[in-house]
Every structure is written in structure tokens, then in C-alpha cells.
Design a protein around this ligand. Structure first.
Ligand SMILES: N[C@@H](CCC(=O)N[C@@H](CS)C(=O)NCC(=O)O)C(=O)O
Length: 215
């Protein structure tokens, strides 16, 4: 199966998919877009993804998949090994909750179009946008740190001893945070998990600086 990943090196939702594809050993063609230049707003791209967002995963038969978490679940169902979700329902609920904490509570508030919107509608300059971004990360990472630190299900990774969906979301978000100079010192468990992930080839290969379109 030849997969095309329409994505952008700095996009954290794209990083999620790159890490998952790498973990599952799936090769893909890397199709880059520059978000700030509007390259995802062309009629050709909008025909694939009417929201004009990355990532989009395109299959050899032309079928397109959108929304990174839905694509992660699709990858999990179609290529179950290695698993990104635990075998038990309770474990899956925990990993999904950790994943959604980042994917639903941090990322959407800090997306490029949201930063542009607060700039255009409320006059938020670069400093104000940084403050906005840092606020939402801090609020949610404080809670995430507590959740991870107080559970005996947290292991080397977010859930036990194998990296999974929550780790993918966490790793990608931390790369986003780095652009806004948000250090991890405040969150020791998160910092420890990130350090462990950053030693795994699948994650290193997915990291923004290691992409062909990285500046
Ligand atoms: N919920 C979507 C979000 C996708 C998304 O917002 N992608 C960002 C890059 S991380 C994007 O394309 N942003 C362009 C924009 O904000 O205009 C997903 O998980 O796939």
C-alpha cells in the first residue's frame, strides 16, 4: 500500500502521524505544504481536505483520510502491530483520555488559524500570542502531569512500557511548545517521558527538524 502523507514539518498533528507510521513500519510519500503561504487553501488541496488543514493521509486508491486521531485509529485497526492502544478497555480509555487532553484541550486553542484570529480580531501581537499559547499549554500540562504522576499505570511511557497514542500526542505537542520556548522543568514526569521517547528512532525520525521541508 503506497500512502501519501500531506503534511508540514512543524505541524504537530502531522508529527503524530509520522510517528505512528514509523512505529508501525509503514512507508509513505512525504508531500509538504507551507501553511503560512496558504498552500493548503488551493482548490486541489481543499478537494482532499475541505478544512484546509494538515495532515491528510491519501491511500493508493485515492481515498483520503483526515483528522489525525481518526487516522491514528484507522492505522491501529488496519495495522494492529505494534499496538498504539492497550489490550484492555480501561487501558484504552486512559490512553485515549491522555491523547484527547492534548488533542482536544491544547492543540485547537493554539492552532495557527486561532493565533491569526486573535491577532486580527483583538490585535494580539507576538507577545500576546505567546502568552496565549503558553497559558493553554500550562493549564493542561499541569493537569496532565498530575494524572501521569499519580497513576501506577504510568511507566517509562504514558501507559506502561511501550509507546502508544498518548505518547505520540505528547511528543508532538512538546515540539510545538519548544517553538514558544516552553521548557519542561515544571513537569518532571512529562519531561522524563519525553526524554525516553526522544531516544526512539520512530520518534526521532518524526521530529520536525528531521523532515525534508524543515527550514
Ligand atoms: N483536529 C485536526 C487539526 C488539524 C490542524 O489544525 N492542523 C494544523 C497544523 S498542526 C493546520 O493545518 N493548521 C493550519 C491553520 O491553522 O490554518 C487534526 O488532528 O488533524
Amino acid at each position: 500500500m503506497t500512502l501519501k502523507l500531506h503534511n508540514f514539518f512543524r505541524s504537530s498533528t502531522s508529527t503524530r502521524l509520522r510517528a505512528a507510521l514509523n512505529l508501525k513500519g509503514l512507508a509513505y510519500d512525504y508531500i509538504p505544504y507551507v501553511l503560512r503561504d496558504g498552500e493548503t487553501r488551493t482548490p486541489e488541496y481543499l478537494a482532499k481536505n475541505p478544512q484546509g488543514l494538515v495532515p491528510t493521509l491519501e491511500r493508493a486508491d485515492g481515498t483520503v483520510l483526515t483528522q489525525s486521531l481518526a487516522i491514528l485509529e484507522w492505522l491501529e485497526e488496519t495495522h494492529p502491530e505494534p499496538a498504539l492502544l492497550p489490550p484492555d478497555a480501561d487501558g484504552r480509555a486512559r490512553v485515549r483520555a491522555l491523547s484527547y487532553t492534548i488533542a482536544c484541550e491544547v492543540h485547537p486553542l493554539n492552532n495557527l488559524r486561532v493565533l491569526f484570529r486573535i491577532r486580527d480580531q483583538f490585535g494580539a501581537d507576538d507577545d500576546a500570542q505567546n502568552e496565549w499559547f503558553t497559558h493553554w499549554v500550562t493549564l493542561t500540562f499541569d493537569a496532565l502531569e498530575t494524572t501521569l504522576a499519580t497513576s501506577d499505570q504510568t511507566g517509562t511511557y504514558c501507559h506502561g512500557e511501550t509507546p502508544g497514542m498518548a505518547d505520540i500526542c505528547l511528543y508532538a505537542q512538546i515540539w510545538n511548545n519548544r517553538r514558544f520556548s516552553i521548557a519542561l522543568d515544571r513537569w518532571p514526569v512529562i519531561a522524563r517521558i519525553y526524554a525516553a521517547l526522544d531516544e526512539l528512532p520512530a520518534f526521532i525520525m518524526a521530529a520536525p527538524p528531521n523532515q525534508p521541508d524543515a527550514a
